[in-house]
Design a protein around this ligand. Structure first.
Ligand code: GDP
Ligand code: IMO
Ligand code: MG
Length: 461
């Protein structure tokens, strides 16, 4: 319990402590504002420069975060994007589900490229994705036929289901062979029966799974700890903590386009619960917003463009999934979606990405609201049958030329004033509609290809 000593607090006034409290930028939480793949990896990698801790708080290896540094491309699935910056602590929080084999591969892959992973800390409370979760993910999808979600097939849903059913395996179990063995003695026959019920003939070999997973446990043991306590003490020491969301708000299990969602809470509020820190630790919230919209997998997408414009955006933006390689569906920016997202996350800044991809179009559209039975709809509908009947209504803005080569260099050197006038109009329109400033603007894939308009910044420590 924190005990406040009133005389001490009064003494703090006009002292360094008070200055520090006023000047200090709070922690920063970065989440996707749409259906994922907004460019969170690139933005977090950039913002991590002045952070000491970068924390993933939900999701699993369904995430695919691409970060391009110079000519080198890194694809991260489990690891926070801060891992690419030397000397930072990377934390996988309790809200994440972990496929230990995949995580080890990712760690080995980075080490072989000269990236140190020794500062990785993994929550002992995080749940483990087991082999039967991956099998069940596929089987359940096949059984759904027409109503399949189009999952990444990584076992995410079944792992979170077991967590909620209180039969999950946690990292603290994985690293204790005896505990793991006891858990598997119950779980394997249980999951075998489930597979048989689904007409899946795969045989689960309990001994083999125990051997394989206890090896993973041994390998990861040194990284496993009480990460909530670690982040809590970092916050108490005024360290800069960056919380990195995976997926996007419209894929949130409670608030997204259910059932076409992932199985975790992707909104900023979960940065606290999924990391084991209080809500007051969340700090500023940046919504990563692609200048257009994409979606992978099934589910409604009101502004989807199933025409040449959609294909051109997909081609120019390289819209293929980082995790599964599937083509991403593309469409215009949808402000009904992003405003709904803001109402859930409380954005204090927008990190707008991929605005360069829209270069070369004569006209660019932005959906400002939907129309249903002649009435204006501004709040994203809950019932997908209602959403299906909504027509997007667009505002058309003038486009701008391609931004590349010397032109891009000039913009990166001179900043906002060097942007094409029509691009500035696009940005101003979005800011006004959202009532949130664009704090960071992505103009290309590489780390340095962005403009930073933030007024408040972390002090490098
Ligand atoms: P995430 O899952 O939100 O991290 O996004 P992904 O990495 O799955 O997909 C975003 C893609 O866009 C990646 O290939 C990034 O390298 C790329 N990207 C990110 N920001 C920008 C940008 O501002 N411009 C361009 N052209 N590409 C970007
Ligand atoms: P990042 O972090 C885009 C989608 C899947 C599917 C649905 C459920 O890279 O933005 P799941 O495997 O989670 O049960 O699949 O969610 N999905 C994503 N789409 N980006 C992601 O992550 C996604 N993670 C899951 O395509 O529609
Ligand atoms: Mg992605």
């Amino acid at each position: 319990m924190i005990r406040y000593n009133i005389p001490d607090l009064i003494q703090c006034l006009n002292t360094e402590v008070e200055d520090a409290l006023i000047d200090r930028m709070p922690s920063l939480t970065v989440v996707g504002s749409q259906w994922g793949d907004e460019g969170k990896g690139k933005i977090v990698d950039y913002l991590a420069e002045d952070a000491q801790f970068v924390v993933r708080f939900q999701g699993g290896n369904n995430a695919g975060h691409s970060v391009k540094i110079g000519e080198e491309l890194f694809k991260l699935h489990h690891l926070p994007s801060g891992i690419l910056r030397r000397g930072k602590f990377s934390v996988i929080g309790n809200g994440v589900v972990i496929d230990p084999g995949v995580l080890i591969q990712e760690l080995d892959g980075l080490e072989s490229r000269g990236v140190s992973t020794k500062n990785l800390r993994i929550s002992e409370r995080a749940h483990v994705i087991m082999p039967y979760h991956k099998l069940l993910d596929g089987t359940e999808e096949r059984l759904k036929r027409g109503s399949r979600v189009g999952t990444t097939g990584r076992g995410i849903g079944p792992a979170y289901s077991d967590k909620a059913s209180r039969i999950g395996v946690r990292m603290c179990d994985l690293v204790e062979e005896e505990v793991l063995s006891e858990k598997l003695a119950f779980l394997i026959p249980h999951k075998q029966r489930l597979l048989e019920f689904y007409d899946d003939s795969t045989r689960l070999d309990e001994n083999k799974i125990l051997r394989e997973y206890s090896e993973y446990g041994k390998r990861l043991r040194a990284h496993v700890t009480d990460t909530g306590a670690l982040i809590g003490s970092a916050l108490a020491k005024n360290k800069n903590v960056l919380f990195e969301g995976a997926q996007g708000t419209m894929l949130d299990i409670d608030h997204g386009t259910y059932p076409y969602v992932t199985s975790s809470l992707t909104v900023a509020a979960n940065a606290a619960s999924g990391s084991g820190v209080p809500p007051s630790a969340i700090g500023d919230v940046y919504g990563v917003m692609k200048a257009y919209t994409t979606r992978v997998g099934e589910g409604p997408f009101p502004t989807e463009l199933c025409d040449d414009i959609g294909s051109k955006i997909a081609e120019k933006g390289g819209e293929f999934g980082t995790t599964t390689g599937r083509s991403r569906r593309c469409g215009w920016l949808d402000l009904v979606v992003t405003k709904y997202s803001h109402s859930l996350n409380g954005f204090t800044g927008i990190a707008m990405t991929k605005i360069d991809v829209l270069g070369g179009f004569d006209k660019i559209k932005i959906c400002t609201h939907y129309r249903l039975d002649g009435k204006k709809v501004t709040r994203f509908p809950t019932d997908l049958r209602v959403l299906q009947r909504c027509e997007p209504v667009y505002k058309t803005l003038r486009g701008w030329e391609e931004i590349e080569g010397k032109r891009l260099e000039n913009i990166l050197a001179k900043g906002f004033r060097a942007l094409p006038g029509t691009m500035k109009e696009y940005i101003r329109f979005v800011e006004k509609e959202m009532s949130v400033p664009v704090s960071v603007l992505g103009l290309g894939r590489r780390r340095n290809e962005l403009l930073d308009f933030r007024k408040k910044k972390w002090k490098a420590k």
